[in-house]
Design a binder for this molecule. Structure first.
Ligand SMILES: CC(=O)CC(=O)C(=O)O
Ligand SMILES: [Mg+2]
Length: 220
């Protein structure tokens, strides 16, 4: 039997659980209410994208937005994990982009429909290499940034998150059993904006990792 390596978690076929509106400044820029409990949605494993391949603008969208986020890679699964034990369930981290077809999301919101077409399409989850847990001693105090064609668009610290990483692990695991290799996207700070075909995106966790992705349009 071949053993799987957590440093290639994106190949495991596990679920991607995303937290929305976890930064008050981002909730406000999109005129959303600041939540009193986490807003959750899912992406399928087919959303993963690694550096070297382009982000594809879905053919049904003309307003694709970047959202830079801290990703948490689960190392030890569990259900109903107490907040006090949550950090023991983390294997490491990844820098992630929650690519969002904002025009489609706005339409879904106005019709009361789920966000799947806006959030879960192929290439909607570009990720960095796996970052071992030891390299980020406090996930509640790292700076995330994102540039489009060398212009800074997003910069924020995870200390601004409304719900902390341990709280999110505990909250999610109360109704979705977490498994080794799952990824949690913890929400984006303000500054989201549209990207176009041929744009170059660069993003980073300050002093830890950087990633770059080119944007292409899905072929008709
Ligand atoms: C409004 C959103 O798209 C929520 C989201 O994904 C976030 O990170 O916040
Ligand atoms: Mg997001």
């Amino acid at each position: 039997m071949t053993s799987r390596n957590i440093s290639r978690f994106w190949e495991w076929g596990r679920k991607i659980i995303c937290v929305g509106r976890n930064y008050a400044d981002h909730a406000k820029e999109l005129k959303n209410a600041v939540p009193t409990e986490p807003v959750l949605f899912l992406k399928p494993p087919s959303a993963y994208l690694k550096e070297g391949s382009p982000i594809l603008v879905p053919r049904y969208s003309s307003n694709l937005h970047h959202e830079v986020e801290l990703g948490v890679v689960i190392g030890k699964g569990g259900a109903s994990i107490p907040e006090s034990e949550a950090m023991e369930h983390i294997a490491g981290y990844a820098l992630c982009l929650d690519m969002t077809a904002r025009d489609v999301q706005d339409e879904c919101k106005s019709k009361g429909l789920p966000w799947t077409m806006a959030k879960a399409f192929n290439t909607s989850c570009p990720v960095s290499e796996f970052i071992p847990k030891e390299r980020i001693p406090d996930p509640g105090n790292v700076t995330l940034w994102l540039k489009v064609n060398d212009q800074l668009r997003q910069s924020g610290c995870t200390s601004q998150m409304i719900f902390s990483v341990p709280y999110l692990i505990s909250y999610i695991s109360d109704f979705i059993t977490l498994e080794e290799g799952d990824l949690i996207l913890t929400g984006t700070p303000k500054g989201v904006s549209a990207v176009q075909e041929h744009d170059e995106l660069q993003a980073g966790i300050q002093d830890v990792v950087t990633i770059s992705f080119r944007v292409d349009r899905q072929q008709l």
